[in-house]
Design a protein around this ligand. Structure first.
Ligand SMILES: O=C(O)C(=O)C[C@]1(C(=O)O)C=C[C@@H](O)C=C1
Length: 130
């Protein structure tokens, strides 16, 4: 959406009296921006909640791996995840390179957590503190 303003148009800063066509356009732009930002905020909240759930799962994986002396990283699994995510991204019209970078970023953090868990000393019952 584009808006053309003349050089003496000061409706953007709210001093035009509010009745000019430009002021009405400005209001429509502000309303559209606000509607889109509300959706962005909802999507960001969903992303945070989904990531929190993912990290709850990977924390359990970290404990399982530490308990059974399995290495924190599994490059074979990662390759499959990346190939799958790139395909999903393509069909969703999302840049596959971006999807891959994002997954690698998340996995790097998970591996860091796995390493921290493995470094924690075992408690008397043979488990590690959550
Ligand atoms: O599936 C595993 O083995 C995990 O530890 C989880 C996970 C992931 O975050 O998806 C993290 C590290 C591994 O290299 C592969 C995958």
């Amino acid at each position: 959406m584009t808006t053309s303003h003349t050089s003496d148009d000061n409706s953007v800063n709210g001093t035009s009296g509010g009745a000019s066509p430009a002021a009405a356009t400005d209001e429509a732009v502000r309303a559209e921006l606000s509607r889109l930002r509300d959706s962005i905020d909802n999507i960001d909240a969903a992303v945070v909640h989904m990531l929190a759930e993912r990290f709850k799962c990977t924390q359990q994986v970290g404990h399982l791996k530490a308990q059974h002396q399995l290495p924190p990283a599994d490059p074979t699994r990662e390759s499959r995840q990346i190939a799958r995510l790139r395909e999903l991204a393509e069909s969703a019209k999302l840049d596959p390179a971006f999807a891959e970078k994002l997954l690698n970023f998340i996995i790097a953090e998970v591996i860091r957590h796995h390493e921290q868990i493995a470094e924690q000393p075992l408690t008397s019952d043979g488990t590690r503190p959550a």
